[in-house]
Ligand binder design. Structure first.
Ligand SMILES: Nc1ncnc2c1ncn2[C@@H]1O[C@H](COP(=O)(O)OP(=O)(O)O)[C@@H](O)[C@H]1O
Ligand SMILES: [Mg+2]
Length: 246
C-alpha cells in the first residue's frame, strides 16, 4: 500500500444525523491534500477520525497500513506522536508562555528529551514560523495571526510525519492569510511532511495544495489536482469554485 492515510468507506452519525457516509480518500506520503467543503459538512470530524479522537460507525481508517479504528490507546498515542495538529482557532494554553506552549507536546511525547534539546527545538520551531525569541511572551500579547503561527510552531516541534490543519486561514486578514499559506508551503518543502488541510477557503487551497478533495453530500465528490479541479466538468466542483456552494 503506497498511501500513508486511507479512509475506506467511512460513515459517522451523531444523534441519528448522518454526517459522513461512504467517504473514501487516500493520502500519499509527502503530498499536501486539501479537503474543501461547506461549513458543517464534517471536515473537522474527518480530521478527528484520522487522529483516532473519534471512531467511525462504519468503515476503516489506516495510517501506514495499521487500522486506526482498532488501535489500542497505546498505539493511538504512538501514532499521534507522528502527527502535528493545528486546531481550528489555534487553541493555545492561555496560562502558559509561548515557549511552554510549544514545549508541551515535546514533554508529552518525548520524555527522554533533555531541557537543552527541548529548548533548541522550541527555538528552531519559532524561527521557522518567523517568530524567533518570543518564548517568554504570553498568548494574550499576540495578534490572531501570531497565535496561528505559534500553534503551527507547536505542531511542527515534534517533527511529525503528518501535519493536520483545521481551517488554518479562517478569521485572518489577507496579509496573515498569505503568511500562513507561505508557511504551510515552507513546511512542505523544508520538512517534507505530508499535510492534510481542511478549509472552506478555496483560494488558499489552490495556492498551497497538490490535490483537492471536495467533501459534499457526506462523501468525497471529487478528488484531483488543482488543474484537474479547475478543468473539471463536475457540476458540484464548478459550483464550489464559482462560490455558489457554502
Ligand atoms: N461531538 C459531536 N457531537 C455531536 N455532533 C457533532 C459533534 N461533532 C460534530 N458534530 C456535528 O457534525 C457536523 C459536522 O461537523 P464539523 O465536522 O465540525 O463540520 P465542519 O465541516 O464545519 O468542520 C455538524 O452538524 C456538527 O454539529
Ligand atoms: Mg470545522
Amino acid at each position: 500500500m503506497d498511501a500513508l492515510i486511507v479512509l475506506d468507506n467511512v460513515a459517522k452519525r451523531f444523534d441519528g444525523h448522518a454526517v459522513l457516509d461512504g467517504l473514501s480518500l487516500e493520502i500519499r506520503p509527502g503530498e499536501t491534500m486539501t479537503i474543501i467543503g461547506g461549513s458543517g459538512t464534517g471536515k473537522s470530524v474527518t480530521l478527528k477520525l484520522i487522529l483516532g479522537l473519534m471512531r467511525p460507525d462504519r468503515g476503516r481508517i489506516y495510517f501506514r497500513g495499521s487500522d486506526v479504528t482498532r488501535m489500542t490507546e497505546g498505539s493511538l498515542v504512538a501514532m499521534r506522536r507522528e502527527m502535528g495538529m493545528l486546531f481550528q482557532g489555534g487553541a493555545l494554553f492561555d496560562s502558559l508562555t509561548v515557549g511552554e506552549n510549544i514545549a508541551y507536546p515535546l514533554r508529552e511525547h518525548f520524555r527522554e528529551m533533555t531541557d537543552g534539546e527541548r529548548e533548541g527545538r522550541v527555538a528552531s520551531s519559532l524561527s521557522l514560523v518567523g517568530l524567533p525569541e518570543t518564548e517568554a511572551m504570553m498568548p494574550a500579547d499576540l495578534s490572531g495571526g501570531m497565535k496561528k503561527r505559534v500553534a503551527l510552531a507547536r505542531a511542527i516541534a515534534t517533527n511529525p510525519a503528518v501535519i493536520l490543519y483545521d481551517e488554518p486561514t479562517t478569521g485572518l486578514d489577507p496579509a496573515n492569510c498569505q503568511r500562513i499559506n507561505r508557511l504551510i508551503r515552507e513546511c512542505q518543502r523544508k520538512l517534507r511532511v505530508t499535510s492534510v488541510i481542511v478549509t472552506h477557503d478555496l483560494e488558499s487551497a489552490f495556492l498551497v495544495t497538490d490535490r483537492i478533495a471536495l467533501l459534499y453530500n457526506r462523501r468525497i465528490e471529487f478528488v484531483g489536482t488543482v488543474a484537474e479541479a479547475k478543468a473539471s466538468a463536475n457540476a458540484v466542483v464548478g459550483n464550489f469554485i464559482e462560490g455558489n456552494l457554502e
